[in-house]
Design a protein around this ligand. Structure first.
Ligand SMILES: [Fe+2]
Ligand SMILES: [Fe+2]
Length: 470
């Protein structure tokens, strides 16, 4: 485990200097990455000083340094958490055997697929959020957006390192492809659906960082269990940064909900008349982004997922501390399915249902945030409550995508679904309205009218701090 090298072109703790060929290959990729960043990264603000944190170490305490940085000069580095003393495979058919430092030949294809799929989400989200800086509700929020963006860029570096280091020419080709696909592009879309959806205002941004980045948390956490140790350690460190992205989403939504509740009261139930966001719109946005994010977990019944688990490539969330049986050869899981037009519970071999096991954890975590937001509504004296729709509603992947459901999860006709989808899901009128109220606010400490101020600033700085120097 090398120490952090801050002096080279690419900061790292993977001893790049000790592998000149690999170092040269990554240094060759650097200008391609910068070209992508300049084309597809945040529109504007590239010459401004932004108060950003940069990963400079992997110590739990002081891993980040906060300072003013121009985004193109951000030090995107390659970091892995240190090796743990316990280094045997923690689940699946190889349970207890030593972890792999190199890729087992028979799992090369599956690992490549896992890494490329994760890698593709990182630049995708930067592309989706490209124009949000120009309509940021405050300097504080603008800074948080850019922090998320540069760290998603670093996550791309983390994955690209694995591709270059372990997959030879295939890995280099994949790394190039990662810079060629574009979010929402008809011909060269990003791999996963949610990463092709438009995110053109801040209600969607906060829903994205809350719901879609949260999928990332659960994917990274299950890859952090991997028997392929370089992947596990890479993902562990990414989770450290991801926590802030989730905070941005969850607290951002809480601030919108708080302000919407205030405006709802002040206007006798018509926050839109005061330039605010209605709770119905917030609910539709939750319905939209939550369900797109559910798709990211993959099919309810999946032989791929069973293989990834059995092969020791991808574990469960907190595999070690939450489960006793780490092999799960014979278990079953109940998965509700549609049979003859109604939902019935069917038994599925546990390993085949492992995507659903992770989706359960994700939904619980989302439910926790809903309870918190509902306390905000309660404190504001409102009776309205926000809810999570059923996992069957508005799905594009898996068992439920062939049927229509209402938000409660009841089977309905396609006609009924289509007649109601506009009041269940964020619609084009909502999007037009939301874009129309989002004017950039750049006076330090000031907030747009549709969102309340955060409880505190970043890194102990006051709210009035100049988070972005314009
Ligand atoms: Fe990420
Ligand atoms: Fe993220």
């Amino acid at each position: 485990m090398g120490n952090v090298d801050q002096n080279g072109k690419i900061p790292n703790n993977v001893d790049l200097a000790g592998d000149k060929r690999l170092q040269r290959a990554l240094e060759h990729w650097l200008p391609l990455y910068m070209e992508w960043w300049n084309d597809m990264g945040p529109a504007g603000f590239q010459t401004n000083d932004i108060y950003l944190r940069t990963a400079v170490s992997v110590e739990a305490g002081g891993w980040a340094n906060f300072d003013y940085v121009k985004m193109p000069e951000y030090r995107w580095g390659i970091f892995m958490t240190p090796t743990e003393s316990e280094n045997s495979i923690g689940f699946g058919d190889h349970l207890g055997k030593p972890v792999w430092q190199e890729i087992p030949g028979e799992y090369r294809g599956n690992l490549r697929r896992i890494i490329v799929t994760q890698a593709d989400t990182e630049p995708a989200s930067v592309e989706q959020q490209r124009f949000l800086g120009t309509i940021a509700p405050s300097l504080y929020d603008m800074r948080n957006l850019f922090q998320v963006n540069v760290e998603e860029g670093r996550h791309l570096w983390a994955m690209v390192y694995l591709l270059f280091r372990f997959f030879g020419k295939d890995g280099r080709d994949e790394a190039e492809e990662l810079l060629c696909r574009r979010s929402g592009d008809e011909d060269k879309p990003r791999i996963l659906n949610a990463f092709n959806e438009a995110c053109d205002h801040w209600l969607s941004f906060f829903c994205f960082t809350h719901f879609t980045d949260r999928d990332g948390k659960f994917q990274l956490a299950s890859l952090a269990e991997s028997g392929f140790e370089p992947l596990a350690r890479t993902c562990k460190f990414m989770l450290t940064e991801e926590a802030h992205h989730l905070f941005v989403g969850e607290s951002g939504l809480d601030r919108i909900i708080k302000r919407s509740a205030e405006l709802t009261r002040e206007t006798d139930g018509d926050p839109i008349s005061a330039g605010g966001i209605s709770l119905e719109m917030i609910q539709r946005s939750i319905n939209y982004w939550f369900t797109f994010s559910l798709d990211l977990f993959g099919g309810e019944i999946s032989s791929n997922a069973a293989n990834f688990f059995g092969e020791g490539l991808k574990g469960r969330f907190k595999e070690h501390s939450r489960y006793e049986d780490h092999v799960m050869k014979d278990g079953i899981k109940i998965i509700p399915q549609v049979v003859d037009g109604s939902v019935v519970e069917e038994e599925v071999p546990y390993r085949n249902a492992i995507n659903e096991v992770l989706r359960d954890e994700y939904i619980d975590d989302c439910q926790r945030a809903l309870r918190k937001w509902n306390r905000t509504l309660e404190k504001a004296g409102l009776e309205t409550r926000l809810t999570l729709p059923s996992r069957r509603f508005h799905r594009h992947q898996g068992l439920y995508s062939d049927h229509s459901f209402d938000p409660e999860g009841n089977v309905i006709t396609k006609d009924r679904y289509e007649a109601n989808s506009g009041r269940w899901l964020l619609n084009s009128d909502d999007n037009d309205y939301l874009v129309s109220i989002m004017n950039q606010v750049i006076e330090p400490g000031k907030m747009a009218n549709w969102i309340s101020a955060p409880a505190r600033g970043i890194n102990g700085q006051p709210l009035e701090f100049e988070y972005v120097r314009l």
